[in-house]
Write a protein that binds this ligand. Structure first.
Ligand code: ASP
Length: 435
């Protein structure tokens, strides 16, 4: 059995939905379909999910659904009409209005895009609609309940008919709706694929897989033929925006392969993501990804290395202030804490005071506008010269490395550079490893 997930662009227009239908009907193994909410039809268009978040915000202030919800209604009505479906969209919109009025949440509102999208797809295919809320479960504290979900999902294995399930959300024990983080339909697809022990999880999107670098920065980067789960996580977490980084967790245990496919070019093989990829024929580096706008908190203190508990105290301060860190490269008397994104001003001031009060550093300096770039690939393990190549490439491009960190797994080197150097750094690294 193949579990397929179709993303927002695939669900955006009647034309793309017809392509989705043809893809599904071309292989009878494609029996369980997970869908996103319709995405943008053109560059300046709105995603249905964003309209629904706006509808929720509007509902807090004024009349429910005056603006955004009516746009959602129009979008689904025209899909139903163009696809000649006999679906009463108005009835569903009324339900959402009532939901929004009855102490609803932003998660509830956002989830309705996937809900309606799955209703449409089930009608197009003549498949059974199963509500994600009935099979994807969260605990009271909002954490994902893998055990209960697994039991419920495994029952889908025996289904005689095709099934369509909305992505992105599930339900809490009190029946309220809870969503995953943005892009979470990928995770739903993975949960279903893992739960039914699918032979393959096909993730259909609008690109033909992963590229070795961001194509908006590097001209015509290489396509990645295959990736390991671990490489995928590193690249997606660092900004390679093709698949949600949490998608591998439900699949890891049984090793269900993921195939990234393009709805608009279904004949292309796409990228395969596997539990492990044989090392011998691999390039040193599989891909490069990065994100701008991170923060370095740099501390120095003489004899820091011999001060017992210094690190623990600093980390406790971060924890108390709700700041999570990405990397902590250290020297004998220095410690750099890399934090994702920019710290809000009040957190920043409080953090500085708190660190001063707890560990009394000689200096503390906070710099934002730092780009983190991950150079990822199992091929670098046990091969000499990767770090040298990285440093040489950046030096030759006249780029200052603000920090460098290599994990002991030897599949990932992270460098920090100024945001202003980001684009050139990605180009220089790509050239060094791929040209
Ligand atoms: N519709 C949701 C979003 O825009 C979830 C998804 O598409 O995966 O984030």
């Amino acid at each position: 059995m193949i579990v397929c997930k179709f993303g927002g662009t695939s669900m955006a227009t009647a034309e793309s939905i017809t392509k989705v239908k043809n893809i599904i009907q071309s292989n009878p193994d494609r029996k369980i379909i997970v869908v996103s909410a319709p995405g943008k039809r053109f560059k300046s268009d709105s995603k249905i999910t964003d309209l629904l978040y706006s509808a929720y915000n509007e509902s807090l202030k004024s009349d429910v659904g005056a603006n955004s919800l009516s746009e959602v209604k129009e979008r689904f009505e025209s899909l139903a009409k163009e696809l000649s479906l006999n679906i009463d969209i108005n009835k569903y919109i009324d339900e959402i209005k009532t939901g929004l009025l009855n102490a609803s949440t932003a998660d509830y509102a956002a989830s309705r895009g996937e809900y309606l999208s799955a209703r449409i797809m089930a009608a197009v295919l003549g498949f059974k609609f199963i509500d994600a809320g009935d099979i994807i479960k969260f605990r009271y504290d909002g954490s994902y309940d893998a055990d209960t979900t697994k039991d419920l999902v495994s029952k889908l294995k025996n289904s005689k008919t095709g099934i369509v399930i909305p992505g992105f959300y599930g339900r809490m024990p009190d029946k309220s709706i809870k969503t995953f983080t943005r892009g979470g339909s990928d995770v739903t697809g993975a949960i279903i694929a893992g739960g039914v022990s699918a032979e393959l999880y096909e993730n259909w999107t609008d690109v033909s897989g992963f590229m070795a670098a961001d194509p908006t920065i590097v001209e015509n980067p290489k396509w990645i033929d295959s990736l390991s789960y671990a490489e995928l996580r590193e690249l997606s977490y660092m900004g390679a925006n093709v698949l949600h980084p949490d998608s591998i967790f439900p699949l890891r245990e049984i090793g269900v392969p993921i195939n990234i496919k393009n709805t608009f070019a279904p004949e292309v093989r796409g990228t395969m993501i596997l539990k492990s990829v044989a090392n011998d024929q691999r390039p040193i580096i599989t891909g490069i990804a990065g994100k701008k706008g991170n923060t370095i908190i740099a501390l120095s203190k003489s004899m820091m290395n011999s001060e017992l508990g210094f690190g623990r105290k600093v980390l406790s301060v971060l924890e108390r202030n709700g700041v999570s860190f990405e990397h902590i490269p250290t020297g004998i008397d220095t410690m750099s804490i890399i934090v994702s994104g920019k710290l809000p001003d009040n957190t920043r001031d409080k953090l500085v005071d708190d660190i001063k009060g707890n560990v009394n550093p000689d200096t503390i300096e906070i710099t934002d506008s730092i780009s983190l770039i991950a150079i990822v690939g199992h091929g670098m393990a046990n091969r000499k010269g990767t770090a040298a190549k990285i440093c040489t490439a950046l030096y030759s491009a006249d780029i200052n490395i603000r920090m460098i960190d290599q994990g002991s797994s030897e599949m990932n080197v992270i460098v920090g550079v100024e945001d202003a150097d980001y684009t050139n750094a990605i180009r220089a690294l790509y050239k060094a490893f791929f040209n």
